[in-house]
Design a protein around this ligand. Structure first.
Ligand code: 6PG
Length: 218
């Protein structure tokens, strides 16, 4: 694992934007609030040819709902960004199966996954103790009950998808993430935190954290 400790949340966003601006192939975007600024900066990218953006996880709400990760990513990245939305108009199970099929048909391998870290150690919509953690066969799973707000059903890529990724980059900022950082990336990591189980089998793992989030690791 490579850990880059940056000054603050803005520096994390800038570094993440650099990575997204030069990425090629299949890229999973994370939701939540941390990547928002990174996506706004990456909107400067004009040429997205050779890139397909996927949602690493999505809330099962319409795209114009304030909780929609797609809606957030679309608003920040702009209309030119080639984002494959989860078909939230389908029922939850069907939406997850459809997204998994489309991703598999596109090769089923991420070149890059951008990921967030929740205070409870979750990442994507892989929440502690939930059945999606046990999904071994499929690249995408339904999450009827997430462990944290917003408590709307989710669709998430699974450990299987992240295991196969060429590069996984976590974006983490803020002191409220310091404890989760220790669980996810401390030595030894706490495998009760789903983020501690995201370790690409032959890909690279990079953690971009601000000083506040990384405080417990040094
Ligand atoms: C989601 C996520 C989630 C997120 C973390 C961190 O849809 O909820 O993708 O895994 O990345 O909860 O979120 P913040 O950046 O908002 O702290």
């Amino acid at each position: 694992m490579n850990l880059e400790v940056l000054d603050d949340k803005e520096a994390v966003a800038q570094r993440a934007a650099e990575i997204l601006t030069t990425a090629t192939g299949h890229v999973a975007l994370s939701g939540g609030s941390t990547p928002k600024r990174a996506y706004a900066l990456a909107a400067a990218r004009e040429d997205w040819s050779g890139v397909t953006l996927w949602m690493g996880d999505e809330r099962h709400v319409p795209p114009d709902d304030e909780d929609s990760n797609y809606g957030m990513a679309r608003a920040q990245l702009g209309e030119a960004a080639p984002i494959e939305p989860v078909r939230v108009e389908l029922g939850l199970g069907e939406a997850a199966a459809d997204y998994g099929r489309r991703f598999r048909d596109a090769g089923g391998r991420l070149d890059l996954a951008l990921m967030g870290l929740g205070p409870d150690g979750h990442t994507a919509s892989l929440f502690p103790g939930k059945p999606a953690l046990e999904e071994r066969d499929h690249l995408v799973a339904a999450v009827p009950e997430p462990g944290l707000d917003p408590r709307v059903p989710r669709v998430t890529m699974t450990f299987k998808a992240f295991d196969l990724a060429g590069q996984v980059v976590f974006l983490v900022a803020g002191e409220d993430k310091a404890e989760a950082m220790v669980r996810a990336f401390g030595d030894p990591p706490d495998l009760g935190a789903p983020s501690a189980r995201v370790r690409p089998l032959s890909g690279r793992l990079l953690v971009l954290a601000d000083r506040a989030a990384a405080a417990g690791l040094r």
